[in-house]
Design a protein around this ligand. Structure first.
Ligand code: ATR
Length: 277
């Protein structure tokens, strides 16, 4: 007889819009893993309690995805963190081992790199890359991006001191910080990691940063082209990609950590696109 079903969830606030339950449920059926995965709304001041409840013996949860605004708190909660989570300063994946230890990882950067290089065959090595923003989302992806050996990575932010603080985490790497109006020359890849698109806003960017070989990537995703991607295409960018693939790829990395099996992301991505159209 089959044993109890392993329990997983995403914790966030808000969380109702989260695509993670659909993604992980599709992964589970594809790989024939017996598990349940649901979304849990956690009060902003109730994160520690939610974690303790989920992982404690009576409930017996196995693993959690963590989303806004709890990734930094999840970093603090994790009793053991991977090196990349340590550097990211945030955790989006938690799981418990048989010895009762809660582990934390951050798969966001790997998700971004896999979406770019595997799904879209975007070359990163020796390329000039610009990333816009210096919040938690950008910090989470800097190390995996730098591991791809770009010739240069520029972090541009409205508040320059925040970009400077991130760059200082990588003293040995070809990474620099500046404000939007200080940008010069064009880039092979421009990644929008600001939350400006959420408000339908756009950072004040000089048009010279886009050339005909430039690829724009918005870490946000939407059924329509995002404001940033519209701007890039209007100024001659070769291609504009949104972050839906990053979302699915970071989830696949979580699934691999939890279940030891890597799901095929392509059919899942296709289903999500269909849902959104
Ligand atoms: P997240 O976790 O999504 O990264 P965050 O840590 O609040 O959220 O960071 C939001 C990022 O978007 C920051 O880089 C912010 O710039 P500041 O550091 O100057 O605040 C950027 N951002 C938000 N709204 C913006 C806007 N309208 N124009 C430009 N940048 C904006």
């Amino acid at each position: 007889m089959a044993g109890p079903v392993d329990k997983y969830a995403v914790l966030g606030n808000p969380v109702a819009h989260s695509k993670s339950p659909r993604i992980h449920t599709m992964f589970a059926s594809q790989t024939e893993q017996r598990l349940q995965y649901n979304a849990r709304l956690v009060p902003v001041d109730g994160f520690d309690e939610a974690i303790n409840h989920f992982f404690k013996e009576e409930f017996g949860g196995h693993g959690l995805s963590i989303t806004v605004p709890f990734k930094e708190q999840a970093w603090e909660c994790a009793q053991h963190r991977t090196a990349r989570a340590e550097k990211a300063g945030a955790v989006n994946t938690l799981w418990i081992t048989n010895d009762g230890v809660i582990h934390g990882d951050n798969t966001d950067g790997l998700g971004l790199v896999r979406d770019l290089s595997v799904n879209h065959q975007v070359e990163l090595e020796n390329k000039r890359i610009l990333i816009l923003g210096a919040g938690g989302a950008v910090r989470g992806v800097l190390e995996p991006l730098l591991e791809q050996k770009p010739s240069e990575l520029v972090v541009a932010n409205r508040t320059v001191s925040k970009a400077e603080a991130l760059v200082e985490l990588f003293p040995e790497k070809p990474v620099s910080a500046c404000g939007f109006t200080d940008l010069s020359g064009n880039f092979d890849l421009i990644i929008n990691g600001t939350s400006a698109s959420l408000q339908g806003d756009l950072p004040p960017l000089p048009v010279e940063i886009v050339a005909e070989h430039t690829i724009c990537y918005d870490m946000m995703y939407a059924s329509e082209t995002t404001v940033f991607n519209q701007w890039g295409l209007a100024h001659g960018a070769r291609q504009a990609l949104d972050g839906l693939g990053m979302l699915v790829e970071q989830a696949a990395e979580q699934f691999l950590i939890w279940r030891g099996v890597r799901p095929d992301t392509a059919p899942v991505l296709l289903h999500l696109r269909e849902d959104m159209s």
